[in-house]
Design a protein around this ligand. Structure first.
Ligand code: PLP
Length: 430
């Protein structure tokens, strides 16, 4: 009934692998994120196998979910990491991912972050994906001050419509990302002249949650042509980094198949004879996690019925931020003949936007019951906040019949540990 093999009903109870979610809810409390190890392995292996005949580095987009246990598991399967901050770089390394498998993207890298990445593990990271000319100059200056040359790919903006939500479209000319493909040769020439840089690659990422392969195909074709032109201009292009973006099924969409995606790589990119880096985030972790929550109240208002949950937009912001759809299921299997009635499913946060679903047909649900908000492995815990002074929800990893808390719920002391009263030199008067 969930469509996800790792989260299925057994004997009337929704389970994560072999663990009933109600057991986790009772042991850990709610809200809590629950992840499946088998799902992570399955997703990684499905992509790795589809690309097995090509020199592919799967650099997991850490931003999707930066929990160390997940990073360690993906790292142990062979994943590298795509990071967008000094913090993510340090997490990837803490999880045991070698700097030689780490790629640093992001439009606003600081001098300190560049320094950290150039010094990582003594050898420095695999590649900086640079997004502007001022960034090229700063990186060259920082690398020169260390007596090294930073390996660089330029992020190309191909002006391709990814046909996804506007807030996660990144490859259109009007987006802040990358350097226009029309100016690529000129900016590559400039990069090659800078003393602290070594041009090694080309990068592109057109958006997230792509459900169609056509925009990928258009992009790969353009990038393959560009690599030819860059090589003809004397640049030694050794790595093509095609970003992430592979969409997943949240509702009843048809998500692209890894094999079809790999076929595009085989057709357009493999003939370039270079390393291929991919930066999937959502594809690897999105459907490997759910948000477990409890119904605090069933509120029958004048026009609607509200299920008020103990999870809020601070735990899962996607519906509020992107109008995203998440399936929501009762943990206790409803009777097969239960009538469905529309309800609004909302959180406790003081914002009208704190709404997970409107007029969602649901079986009868009582207060105190547990619900699972599916597909909450990506861009959920990593985007969480403590808004309304709500503690970050704990994270639980399941493996077979076992589960482990991989991030505990913070206490109010943890939540205020970094705060301190101001100390003024002069005592306030009056
Ligand atoms: N790479 C870059 C540069 C990104 O900006 C993103 C996310 O937007 C990703 C990879 C991961 O995207 P996704 O989770 O859709 O695979």
């Amino acid at each position: 009934m969930t469509g996800l093999p790792w989260f299925a009903y057994r004997d009337g109870a929704l389970c994560a692998e072999a663990v009933p979610l109600s057991r986790i809810a009772e042991a850990v409390g709610t809200p809590a994120y629950v992840y499946s190890t088998a799902a992570l392995t399955d997703r990684y292996e499905s992509l790795a196998k589809a690309c097995a005949d090509m020199p592919v580095l799967i650099a997991y987009a850490t931003k999707a979910n930066a929990n160390l246990a997940l990073l360690r598991h993906l790292g142990s399967l062979g994943a590298g990491a795509d990071v967008v901050s000094g913090g993510e770089l340090q997490l990837a390394m803490k999880a045991g991912i070698a700097p030689s498998k780490i790629i640093f993207a992001g439009v606003g890298k600081t001098r300190e972050e560049m320094m950290l990445a150039l010094k990582a593990g003594n050898t420095g990271i695999a590649q900086f994906n640079v997004e502007s000319e001022p960034e090229l100059h700063l990186l060259s200056e920082v690398a020169s001050s260390l007596g090294v040359r930073a390996p660089v790919a330029l992020r190309i903006n191909p002006d391709v419509d990814a046909k996804t939500h506007k807030k996660i479209t990144t490859g259109k000319a009007e987006n802040k990302f990358g350097i226009s493909y029309r100016r690529a040769l000129e900016v590559y020439a400039e990069a090659a002249r800078l003393p602290g840089l070594k041009v090694t690659g080309v990068h592109v990422h057109i958006g997230s949650q792509l459900l169609e392969l056509a925009p990928f195909e258009q992009t790969f074709q353009l990038i393959a042509e560009l690599v030819g032109e860059l090589r003809a201009a004397g640049h030694d292009i050794r790595r093509v980094d095609l970003g992430g973006g592979l969409g997943i099924r949240y509702d009843d969409e048809t998500a692209p198949d890894a094999a079809d995606y790999a076929a595009l790589l085989r057709r357009y990119i493999a003939p370039l004879n270079c390393e291929i880096a991919l930066e999937p985030g959502r594809y690897l972790v999105g459907n490997a996690g759910l948000l477990l929550t409890r119904v605090n109240f069933v509120k029958r208002a004048e026009e609607k019925t509200f299920l008020i949950l103990d999870a809020g937009m601070n735990d899962l912001v996607r519906p509020a931020m992107y109008e995203a759809f998440h399936r929501i299921l009762p943990v206790k299997a409803p009777n097969s003949d239960a009538a469905l009635a529309p309800v609004d499913i909302v959180g406790p946060v003081c914002e009208t936007g704190d709404t997970f679903a409107e007029a969602r047909p649901m079986p009868p649900v009582k207060h105190g019951e547990f619900l699972a908000i599916l597909s909450a492995g990506a861009y959920s815990s990593s985007m969480a906040s403590m808004y309304n002074a709500r503690p970050l929800a704990p994270e639980v990893l399941v493996r077979g019949a076992e589960f482990a808390i991989v991030r505990r719920r913070p206490s109010i002391e943890d939540m205020t540990a970094l705060e301190m009263p101001p100390t003024w030199r002069s005592e306030a008067k009056g």
